[in-house]
Write a protein that binds this ligand. Sequence first.
Ligand SMILES: Cc1cc2nc3c(=O)[nH]c(=O)nc-3n(C[C@H](O)[C@H](O)[C@H](O)COP(=O)(O)OP(=O)(O)OC[C@H]3O[C@@H](n4cnc5c(N)ncnc54)[C@H](O)[C@@H]3O)c2cc1C
Length: 453
Amino acid sequence: MSAAIDAACRGLSEDLPGLVSLPGNDRYAAATSIWAKQVGVTPGAVVHCRTAEDVQAAIRSARERELPLSVRGGGHDWAGRALCEGVVLDLSGMRSVVLGADGRSATVAGGARAADVTAVTDPFRLAVVAGSVSSVGIAGLTLGGGYGPLIGRFGLAIDNMLAAEIVLADGRIVHADGESNADLFWALRGGGGNFGVVTAMRHRVHELPSVHSGMLVYSFSEARAVLERCSALMASAPDELTVQHTLIADPSGAVVVLVIPTWSGRPEEGEARLQPFAKLGTLLAGGIERQSYAALLGMFDPYIVNGLQTVMDSCWLPALDRDAIDVFIHAMENTVSPGCAIITHEFRGAASRVAKNATAFGLRRDHLLVEILASFPDRSDASDEPRHRHWARTTRERFVSALPGGYPNFLARDELDRAGQSYGGNAGRLIEIKRRYDPDNVFASAIPLPRSA
Ligand SMILES: Cc1cc2nc3c(=O)[nH]c(=O)nc-3n(C[C@H](O)[C@H](O)[C@H](O)COP(=O)(O)OP(=O)(O)OC[C@H]3O[C@@H](n4cnc5c(N)ncnc54)[C@H](O)[C@@H]3O)c2cc1C
């Protein structure tokens, strides 16, 4: 951190009494410890925001002092976009979730995680469309799109966002929905945190008394047969059925194939719908059960390790076909450490039926999002990072049928060309709205946007 940033951050503490913590402080350490450890990034200060007005004051003060800023929600972005060499606006104290009186929507504060939402909605057998993991920030996930196990039935998380309260780069607090600031609302649905700090979002709430799901564990030696049979089952699956695959090393170091089907339709059909997934090969462990939506989102919790260094590559595939399965198998036969994994997310049903230009999100057709994840402990072995990066990159490059672009929330900071491809025909409008709402690129730390259409 430079002396100038250090001095400006001390000034910021005077502007925002009681809200700022500096390096060395426990609150600073908690806010800057994010899911993926960031090496070589030392924020000058953290502003612990509690209200939209705190966010407003923080943006104004940071801008007056010419400090770069970033926004920390749930802290789960792999590329560390929550942090910067300036001021971190920490929203982790803004986690309230309020169910609307009619039970049809919920207002979710800007730093809430999926678990905060299910804690409020589950007791009423209701659900907000989230991702597949309980600790991920709802706003960060939603602003980039939001793939999850309810995607076939209800669409992406953005397809269920009804309105947002946002603090803009000039410090104004505005409301955006389909009628007021409609352009901004369009851009927020897929354009990430590029337009301001969302202090609250209103999401549609769905009736969901329970789901059927479970983690089915198969041997890697049966990976081809398991994945091919799974793909065949999904070819005629109704919207209420989604499936996620993970190829990962188990605690003994052996690679396993996890198949996680979810049925979100009529509970009495759940068991029969999911039974075939338990017969894709020789089941090593796991089973299907009826469970709450909160339990479903907590399924991955035991597998999530915070504080590892992480590199991620990702791509969109048209389908889980034979070529894709070959790449999965080749990649997992050639991992560079036990921290290498491949995770898939489906995009189908309701998400594919939304018009291409209805939101900024650029790809509205059935596809498979592939996450190529490589995590390793911070042992200061300089070769770890390039080895893992090489594994992830070469794996992606092997997918011959990959679609252009990729999920914006998963792109690396420098993937501007891929960002352009991701937004496709929506790129031009997105760039124009970015210029209008954030002409000085105050929110430069957010996911990459294309520079030109
Ligand atoms: C374990 C794990 C599981 C995941 N599972 C899924 C999944 O199932 N589906 C899926 O689609 N994605 C998934 N993701 C990706 C995730 O959606 C993104 O990384 C998302 O950005 C995380 O949001 P966050 O608030 O937790 O992260 P943070 O690191 O806190 O924030 C990342 C960036 O998002 C923006 N942001 C966050 N909150 C706000 C806000 N209130 N206002 C404005 N901008 C904001 C900012 O630019 C911020 O820097 C997963 C990630 C991890 C690590």
